[in-house]
Write a protein that binds this ligand. Sequence first.
Ligand code: GRF
Length: 195
Amino acid sequence: MLRVVVMVSGGGTNLQAILDAIDSGKITNASVEAVISNNSGAYALERARNHHIPAVCVSPKSYPDRAAFNQALLETVKQYRPDLIVLAGFLVTIPPEMIKEYRNRIINIHPSLIPSFCGVGYYGLKVHEAALKRGVKITGATVHYVDEGVDSGPILLQKAVEVKEGDTPETLQRRVMEEAEWQILPEAINRIANK
Ligand code: GRF
């Protein structure tokens, strides 16, 4: 059984897709041991509690400096002995110590086809705004391993999504989530769980 810890900052629709995929048997040999957030108000924590999964908040506001927060974050993660850490909309830079400790065991979902619209400053709606501004006809999502860079680790899975006439950043974000993110993130976990 692959022990998974999911890290989240927001609504947690990707987390929900993972939990649903486990419940429906699309993901086998994996269990979510904990959901960790930097944001106590994240609805993702509520989704975890509804599933009777430990929901833990480690907020930077509770620590005197970044180093203390990073240490607390790493200690919290370690408590759950994860085989895999899934960043599902986690808006905090992963501390270098955590990347070192869990090399090739941290994956992230990014809402574009890397190497387009990724790296520093490309998160959330900004990614889709940039895609629309550039006028691409195809965008999508990427699951990649996390290394010391931003969105620079080895790519695991990608899925393309059509940009449609009249799209706004919001409509495009929604389509990328429905057609790509919610599909490939569970699929990546299932592949890792089943080698
Ligand atoms: C997703 O678009 C994901 O790709 C990005 O943050 C968003 C998270 O959404 N990194 P949710 O919290 O899973 O609903």
